[in-house]
Design a protein around this ligand. Structure first.
Ligand SMILES: Cc1cc2nc3c(=O)[nH]c(=O)nc-3n(C[C@H](O)[C@H](O)[C@H](O)COP(=O)(O)O)c2cc1C
Length: 409
């Protein structure tokens, strides 16, 4: 399975099998996963932080307390790291950490990630220890507690242990751990209500021709729509991405159709309206276009120029009006003032099921930048304000909300 874009935390405890974990991280990185490492203090005795930071290409998380004197430090990583993850894998899991997790302790980054992981995300625990320890009443009781909370416990293998004795307690090889992770993530994909659904996403700006060399457009980069298309594909949806002119790579497994003008985008989208399950209009479609396109290149002869602009088709509104009772329509509203009122009005007028309100300051939110602040408004529901998030994370939150709507139907 391709793990491109999957966010995986590897929690490493102070067991002898920790020496295998840089190889595990490398295998996951090779498969395209984003890997973050949470290492216990005891873990540092068995594997070097430097090796793990190098192979994971990121910091190694240990304490939940960041240095307070560092400018720009994020003091809430102990929350956001767990929220970021698609899966938490604890390998090796010591008897000590099994007890900490079963008791709900929150005394290092690994234990905190276990508590802050979003509901439904898989936790895979690979206990590894001396055979007698593993069979002890305490360890088995803690394993039972963790299982009852939904964690997947992978039985250690039998064979020669660090003590030189034979018994059950060996951590599986990294290749086998990767297979377990793939299986867990795959079954998650299959359990998503978006699995197998046909989703059309529009993204990017449109260009409205003035003459053969000039156009009217806007600052949309397409990043939000592309992030949505990618996240939907990762949940097993069949995604068609209809994109205006942008400089972005097509997400894996996504069918892309490039268009230029609003009329072209409408025609392309119209081909998919009848057969899609969900239509997500994230494109910044130009509201107006020049009434007539000048042939050739407009000469610079006149001191003043006036254009007549005519209204462009309302792609999202068209779908909202045409959709059948099982189809879902999701739109974006870019508003500078009275955001929530205007977004609700748009939701009603276009007959949408969900609208994502955002604004554009081109620094932290909206056009071009890598982050966005969305307020999600469901039909007949409250407005849910999300914090500033990467567009990838904002896309995942949007899809979580769409999944909830699908489940409630
Ligand atoms: C040489 C050595 C090897 C150890 N190997 C293991 C092990 O494989 N599994 C285990 O549960 N504990 C093992 N321990 C004990 C843990 O390191 C100890 O319980 C520690 O407190 C675990 O902390 P942590 O769970 O925060 O990583 C070992 C200790 C030593 C000295």
């Amino acid at each position: 399975m391709d793990l491109t874009g999957k966010n995986i935390i590897i929690g490493i405890c102070g067991g002898i099998a920790a020496y295998k974990t840089p190889h595990l991280v490398r295998l996951l990185k090779k498969k395209g996963a984003n890997v973050r490492v949470a290492l216990t203090d005891a873990g540092t005795r068995f594997v070097s932080e430097l090796s793990l930071a190098t192979v994971s290409q990121g910091p190694v998380y240990r304490s939940i307390f960041p240095p307070t004197d560092t400018h720009g430090t994020d003091f809430t990583t102990h929350i956001s790291l767990g929220e970021w993850a698609d899966a938490l894998v604890i390998a090796p899991a010591t008897a000590n950490t099994l007890a900490r997790l079963a008791a709900g302790l929150c005394d290092d980054m690994l234990a905190t990630c276990f508590l802050t992981l979003r509901p439904g995300k898989p936790v895979l625990i690979f206990p590894a220890m001396d055979g007698q320890m593993y069979l002890s009443h305490s360890v088995q009781r803690n394993i039972a507690t963790l299982k009852s909370q939904g964690a997947v416990i992978i039985e250690p293998e039998s064979g020669e242990l660090a003590s030189g004795q034979c018994g059950t307690g060996r951590m599986p090889e990294p290749e086998a751990i990767v297979e377990h992770i793939e299986t867990a993530l795959l079954s998650l994909v299959h359990s998503s209500p978006l699995h197998g659904k046909s989703i059309v996403v529009t993204a990017g700006p449109t260009r409205e021709k003035i003459d053969d060399v000039r156009f009217l457009s806007n600052y949309s980069s397409g990043k939000m729509g592309f992030a949505i298309a990618k996240a939907a594909g990762m949940r097993g949806a069949r995604v068609t991405l209809i994109s205006g002119p942008v400089g972005l790579a097509t997400p894996p497994g996504v069918e892309r159709i490039d268009v230029e003008s609003a009329a072209e985008m409408r025609d392309a989208a119209g081909n998919f309206f009848p057969s899609c399950d969900i239509f997500i209009g994230a494109a910044a479609v130009a509201d107006y276009r020049p009434a007539a396109v000048i042939r050739g290149k407009l000469k610079k002869n006149d001191p003043e120029l006036q254009f007549t602009l005519v209204k462009n088709p309302d792609i999202l509104g068209d779908f909202g009006q045409q959709k059948n009772p099982v189809q879902l329509a999701v739109g974006f509203a870019l508003e500078q003032e009275n955001g929530i009122d205007n977004a609700r009005k748009k939701l009603e007028e276009k007959n949408l099921d969900l609208i994502a309100l955002n604004f554009s300051d081109r620094r932290t939110s909206g056009f071009e930048v890598d982050t966005n602040m969305l307020t999600l408004i469901k039909r007949g529901g409250p407005a849910t304000e999300l914090p500033m998030l990467s567009k990838e994370e904002a896309a995942r939150k949007l899809l979580d909300t769409i999944e909830n709507i699908c489940r409630q139907r």
